[in-house]
Design a protein. Structure first.
Length: 564
């Protein structure tokens, strides 16, 4: 269960913190405030583009490469790996930081140290994570934070969306020049975690997630203009399908501890990634759904939780200055790494135990047809809490210019404390299906199997016919439903038991006795909203089979027992 005191905000504490001269030693910075000289003093060659320009511009992809090259020339703890070459021919680097230097996943595994992966700029208009990650990299390699490499290996990819980072445009607010949110082929990379269509996502999976097996995946984002009073908001995997132990650890142990340290050491208030019902005042709910953090696997942070690993997404609010957003990301990332330095092995142990527990459950229970997992879910409330919020978030033109700014007196100063707000972030399953002992996929569905292999799932091919008992899903009708920016497929129908079914040689077989069983289940179950069925990957086959005129069997069979 969630630690209720860890998420509750008391009015007296907030008022003491806001003054900076109360019982709390650390001043709290509100609105656009940042401490003076918070980023330190550095030689010109070690400065980021944001620092060189007074936080008025973010780094181009070439400038990121130049910064990484500078780090290589000034530190012996760097190994650069290429995640992918983009569709426009740009290389996306990730930097492996380790003491002593680690040159391969095999060396990392041999070291016994947990691997922490941090990623920025999946959406280039949200560039503050990219800039903060480069600053943290500098602190570790040539500054005062070398100790962060004592007990862990850190991989940093500051500029994941390399192509659209450089499609610069002038927009209101800062940075004045920002990139475009999708890839050069139009993919939203934070919606591609299941179907794996983009070059970028496939490179990430192949060269980091599968190869290095990070215990923690961190993804930096930013929101639009909001009314809440937090410098940064955080979330983790919310899928009821995922193993709960890694999620519970993040929610109950890591989040409260890092939140406290960010407040103590950087003077920033942080909280869960939500929005309130802002059309009402005072607001009555604080909800993941309102912040577009849905119970869906398409988000990288959610999908990574299906691997029995830990994951974090953070978002800065849209109203502060670029410098303030970078400061918030920098503060959170730094304290997160301080936490993983001390607790990384504990985190890795939890994940490995989750692997073992899941495999053992499949072996012991799935053959009965009574081992269940969730195919749908929703949020419920943990109870009522207090939140920080501003009454207004107005903008105005700076006098004599055509540049917008926050209207003085709206999103600055101490926010109000709103009492008794429903905390709608508790993921609960609403519909179940049986976890099989395995799946059987027709040999003609190699395109699906390739996507599963890209997810690091083990697959065999039958060398001779196999007879099994199990069940198949009979589709009575197929229809499409809009889910915000996407059109997803839905089926009407139900499962039918099959006492005996024989499959020919050449059929693909997926044995569920592997650590990624929950991910397999999520991808292949017909009732999962954004698994392979939801994304329409099977639509062409079903239409050709006549699903518009008659009932058609879902072509992926769930077996519980082998009969020969």
């Amino acid at each position: 269960m969630i630690n209720k005191p860890a998420i509750h905000i008391l009015l007296a504490v907030i008022l003491a913190l806001s003054s900076g001269n109360g019982t709390y030693a650390q001043k709290i910075y509100w609105g656009e405030e940042v401490p003076k000289d918070w980023n330190g003093q550095w030689q010109e060659k070690l400065l980021t583009t944001a620092e060189k320009t007074g936080f008025e511009r973010t780094a181009s992809s070439m400038e990121v490469l130049e910064f990484i090259e500078t780090m290589k020339w000034n530190s012996g703890y760097v190994q650069v790996i290429d995640l992918f070459t983009s569709d426009l021919g740009r290389v996306c680097p990730a930097v492996v930081l380790a003491d002593p230097r680690i040159n391969s996943p095999a060396e990392a595994k041999k070291s016994g140290k947990p691997v922490i992966y941090l990623q920025g700029n999946i959406h280039p208009p949200e560039a503050e994570g990219k800039e903060a990650l480069m600053m943290v990299m500098r602190d570790i390699l040539v500054g005062s934070k070398r100790h962060l490499l004592d007990n862990q290996i850190i991989i940093i990819c500051p500029n994941f969306n390399v192509d659209r980072n450089d499609i610069l445009s002038i927009q209101d607010g800062t940075p004045y020049l920002i990139g475009s949110g999708t890839t050069s082929k139009g993919y939203n990379l934070n919606r591609d975690a299941i179907k794996l269509e983009s070059t970028e996502a496939n490179g990430l999976y192949k060269n980091v997630l599968n190869a290095w097996d990070p215990v923690l995946f961190f993804d930096a984002h930013a929101m639009e203009r909001v009314k809440h009073g937090y410098a940064i908001c955080y979330a983790t995997c919310n899928l009821p399908t995922a193993n709960p132990e890694p999620r519970d650890y993040i929610w109950n142990s890591l989040f409260p501890a890092v939140r406290e340290k960010v407040r103590d050491n950087y003077g920033l208030e942080t909280f869960t990634h939500c929005l309130s019902d802002e059309e009402n005042w005072p607001p009555t709910v604080w909800s993941h759904d309102l912040a577009y953090w849905f119970i869906e696997g398409k988000f990288l942070t959610n999908a990574y939780g299906l691997r029995n690993r830990m994951s974090i997404l953070v978002e800065t609010p849209g109203f502060p200055s670029f410098e303030r957003k970078i400061y918030a990301q920098y503060a959170y990332i730094t304290e997160l790494l301080e936490y993983t330095r001390l607790h990384g092995r504990e985190m890795a142990d939890i994940c490995k135990k989750a692997d073992k527990k899941l495999v053992n459950q499949v072996i012991a229970q799935s053959g009965t047809g009574r081992m269940m997992n969730f195919v749908q879910g929703k949020y419920e409330s943990w109870g009522k809490i207090d939140i920080l919020a501003y009454r207004n978030n107005d903008q105005e033109f700076i006098p004599g210019t055509s540049v917008l700014r926050n209207k003085p007196g709206t999103i600055d100063g101490v926010p109000e404390v709103i009492n008794g707000v429903e905390h709608l972030t508790k993921p609960v399953g609403t519909k179940e299906a049986a976890m099989p002992r395995g799946y059987l996929i027709p040999g003609s569905f190699g395109f699906l199997v390739n996507k599963l292999i890209a997810q690091n799932i083990r697959i065999d091919t039958l060398k001779s016919p196999l007879t099994v008992s199990g069940e198949e899903f009979l589709i009575d009708s197929l229809y499409h439903k809009r889910s915000y920016e996407f059109i997803l497929t839905r089926y009407k129908g139900g499962f039918v038991h099959a006492d005996r079914r024989t499959f020919p040689a050449g059929t693909f077989l997926i044995d569920m006795a592997q650590p990624l069983a929950n991910l397999i289940f999520f991808c292949l179950e017909p009732e999962v909203g954004d698994g392979f069925a939801g994304w329409g990957l099977l639509d062409p086959f079903l239409v050709s089979a006549g699903v518009e005129n008659k009932s058609v069997a879902y072509p992926i069979f769930k077996y519980f027992k082998k009969l020969n």
